[in-house]
Design a protein around this ligand. Structure first.
Ligand code: TXA
Ligand code: MG
Length: 321
C-alpha cells in the first residue's frame, strides 16, 4: 500500500468512500474531510495501523488520538457515559465536540490510541464523507489532524498532500471544511464537573447552556498532562508570526480581519465563523508567500474568537532555536 510515487487523491463520492473503507479495513492510512479539519484515519483496533499514524505525522507517542465513531451507541461501547456526558452527546453529536471519558478496557482499542491513559477522546463527526466511511468500514477510526506534528492543520485536500504526501494511501477530497477549527475537547471529570481542554467550534456559551448546575472549568488547555497534545507551540507556519497587527511592517505578509485590510483577510466583514473557516488556509497561504514574516490583525476574543485566538497564540510561539 505504500511506496507509490504520487499521492492518490479521489473524490469523496460513493466510490471513493468504498475504496477508503476497504483500505482502512486492510490497515491502511486514509486522509479524509471532517466538518472541522481533514483527519488522518486508521482503524483504532489495530496497533500496526495506529503506529502508521504516529510515523506519518512524526507525532510523539505520548500524545493520544481522537477516536471517531458512527453514533452514540458505538461510542458507548468504547467509553463509559455518565448522565452529564450523555447530555453533551445528545446536545452536540454529530458535531465538533470531543468528549474525554473513562475508556472501556473491553473495547479493544490499540493501546497506542490512548497513549496509556485510562481515558479516551471520542467524537461522532458530522461530515457526510467521514460518516460514509465510518458506516462502510464498521470500525472505530483513530484520526488526528492530517498534518505533520506541530504544523498548520489542513482544511483542504491539497493541504494534506503538501504536508503528508506519500505517507498516506489515499486522500479523499471533500472540498473545504465548513468549520475550519478542530473540535472543542471537554473532559468530563465527575458527575458535575467539566474541563475545556481545547476551545473550538462548540463555544463555552454553548456548553454553559447544557450544564444544569454542573461546573465548567476553563483555562485548562495547556495543563500539560491532561491534554498532552496541547503543546504551547503548534499550528506553526514556519515563519515568525506577530499578532494584534494594525498594519503591515516591512517584510510582513498581513492577514487582515474586519477593518484591518491585509494581503488577504480572514473575513472582510468581521464574521467570526468565516474567519474560523479560513484561518488555516490563510496561514498556509502566508507560509507559502515570499515574505519572511507573518502578521495577523486583531480578532475579538468573544465566542468563536476564543478558539481562533487560541490557535493564533500557538502559531506565534517562537521556535526554541
Ligand atoms: O476536529 C478534530 O478534533 C480533528 C478531526 C480530525 O476530528 N482531530 C484532531 O486531532 O484535532 P488531534 O490529534 O490533532 O488532536 C487531538 C487532541 C490532542 O490535543 C490530544 O492530546 C487530545 O486530543 N487527546 C486525545 N486523547 C486524550 C485523552 N485521553 N485525554 C486528554 N486529551 C486527549
Ligand atoms: Mg492536530
Amino acid at each position: 500500500m505504500s511506496g507509490k510515487n504520487i499521492t492518490q487523491v479521489r473524490s469523496g463520492d460513493a466510490d471513493g468512500i468504498a475504496v477508503a473503507a476497504r483500505l482502512l479495513r486492510e490497515g491502511g492510512l486514509v486522509a479524509l474531510p471532517t466538518e472541522t479539519v481533514y483527519g488522518l484515519a486508521a482503524r483504532a483496533d489495530s496497533e500496526a495501523a495506529v503506529a502508521r499514524i504516529y510515523a506519518a505525522k512524526g507525532r510523539p507517542a505520548f500524545n493520544p488520538l481522537i477516536v471517531h465513531v458512527a453514533d452514540l451507541a458505538a461510542a458507548q461501547g468504547v467509553a463509559v457515559f455518565e448522565p452529564l456526558a450523555l447530555r453533551l452527546a445528545h446536545a452536540f453529536w454529530p458535531g465538533p465536540l470531543t468528549l474525554v471519558l473513562p475508556a472501556r478496557a473491553e473495547a479493544g482499542l490499540a493501546p497506542a490510541v490512548t497513549a496509556g491513559l485510562p481515558t479516551v477522546a471520542l467524537r461522532v463527526p458530522a461530515h457526510p464523507v467521514m460518516r460514509g466511511v465510518l458506516d462502510a468500514s464498521r470500525l472505530p477510526l483513530a484520526a488526528p489532524s492530517a498534518n505533520r506534528s506541530g504544523a498548520v492543520s489542513p482544511t483542504r485536500a491539497d493541504h494534506v498532500v503538501a504536508s503528508l504526501g506519500k505517507a498516506v494511501d489515499l486522500v479523499l477530497d471533500g472540498g473545504e471544511c465548513r468549520r475550519g477549527l478542530e473540535s472543542t475537547i471537554v473532559a468530563v471529570r465527575d458527575a458535575s464537573t467539566l474541563a475545556v481542554l481545547r476551545p473550538g467550534p462548540v463555544t463555552e456559551a454553548m456548553l454553559a447552556a447544557e450544564l444544569r448546575g454542573a461546573t465548567l472549568l476553563r483555562g485548562q488547555a495547556g495543563a500539560t498532562i491532561e491534554a498532552p497534545g496541547q503543546l504551547a507551540r503548534h499550528y506553526a507556519p514556519g515563519k515568525p508570526v506577530r499578532l494584534e497587527a494594525e498594519e503591515r511592517a516591512p517584510g510582513e505578509f498581513l492577514i487582515g480581519f474586519g477593518p484591518v485590510r491585509g494581503d488577504i483577510s480572514l473575513s472582510v466583514s468581521g464574521n467570526l465563523e468565516e474567519a474560523a473557516r479560513r484561518l488555516y488556509a490563510c496561514l498556509h497561504e502566508a507560509a507559502a508567500s515570499p515574505c519572511p514574516r507573518i502578521a495577523v490583525a486583531p480578532v475579538p476574543p468573544e465566542g468563536l474568537g476564543a478558539a481562533i485566538n487560541d490557535r493564533l497564540r500557538r502559531a506565534a510561539v517562537p521556535d526554541e532555536a
